[in-house]
Write a protein that binds this ligand. Sequence first.
Ligand SMILES: Nc1ncnc2c1ncn2[C@@H]1O[C@H](COP(=O)(O)OP(=O)(O)O)[C@@H](O)[C@H]1O
Ligand SMILES: [Mg+2]
Length: 409
Amino acid sequence: MATTRVYVFCYLPGSLEAVPAGLFDHDERPGVGSFAYGRQYLERPNALPADCVALPLGVEAAPVTTNGGLYGVFRDATPDYWGRLVIAAGLRSPPESLTEMDYLMHTHATRVGNLDFRASLDAPEPSLAPPEFQDIEALLETAEGLEQGRSVDERVRVLLERGSSLGGARPKCTLARDGELWLAKFPSHQDWISVPRLEFATMQLATRCGLKTPEARLESVGGRDVYLVRRFDREAVPGGWARRGYLSALSLAEWDERDRDRWSYRTVADRIRRHAVHPGRDLRELFRRIAFNILVRNTDDHPRNHGFLLEPGGVSLSPLFDVEPARVRSGVGTDYFLAMSVGEEGRVASLANLCSAAPTFNLSRAEAEDLTRQMQECVASTWRDALEQAGFDKCDMAILAPSFGAQVL
Ligand SMILES: Nc1ncnc2c1ncn2[C@@H]1O[C@H](COP(=O)(O)OP(=O)(O)O)[C@@H](O)[C@H]1O
Ligand SMILES: [Mg+2]
């Protein structure tokens, strides 16, 4: 059985240089990983756990067999469909022929969170050197080429790969602009409408309804829409960007990504109660996000689309991301399902089902009904304005109206 040994480094708060945190040994078959912190790391007064759920400091970690033998925080730091496609193109291999560890070791400094994975203890500090905003048009064209299986300029592909270590399936690239790090989400040839514009409009709507959102912009690049959102796990400091640790809800709940039947907001809420620095605040915000998702028909609310930032005493819910309405065809089906079960009616995407789970979110029934009513009023009175301000025309508005529960404009 071949074991791969990886030196896990951590960028502690405010620091631009990572320190060794521990050793990760991984067996590809059957997919088992084990991790142990280094003694020197544990002696640091400012040491943070790499993953406060699966890898608390000072406790011997159990081996992991979920997600191909990767602890949640390592899986979160590994790309999904999009980043894998870009890496595989560089290696001239089909994406499915590469292993989890191939992908983990090919991630770049733009990966989410505060960890780094090195083949040796004395491997040099990798440079962040993200792509720059001025190259966005070339990056967009290269992303398009890769998505459509065309051959692309290898120099730009290398640049794109440096910015493509985040998860998710949509074409995207992290880049630097005006001293800040941004995630640029590109259009895809499979889109039913301008998805970057829709994501921007939905985020504006969420902001107006009082949800915690990151700074976002919409750019036109060579006539195509690109959605730009500030990286909430990076902060500009002199000489670079300091990093914050990150855990998805999938990792917080220690689920396997193929375990869809087990996914439930109740478990996420229990983990928030146990690990969050401000559990009451985060539970209320999560409840309001679910209400918002129901109202804008966002049914892609799976546990990797909910994130948490690591804090010295635990976790806190990250700003909102990856929210946009699903396509709804007027008159075709009226049942919608969330990606995780929430209340007495399981995954049914209704405010009544959400309110049936009020105690899960530390709310009384009356408080839950009040919060959903407020959210409903805000979405109903603001969605048209948010879409118009994002530049959607009458024709698009007619296509989008059913997603907001409206039939006629
Ligand atoms: N503003 C952000 N700052 C830092 N990380 C982010 C931000 N938005 C998303 N992410 C991370 O990047 C991943 C992919 O982004 P997402 O918007 O979900 O893309 P996709 O639409 O392809 O699923 C998320 O799962 C999350 O880990
Ligand atoms: Mg996503």
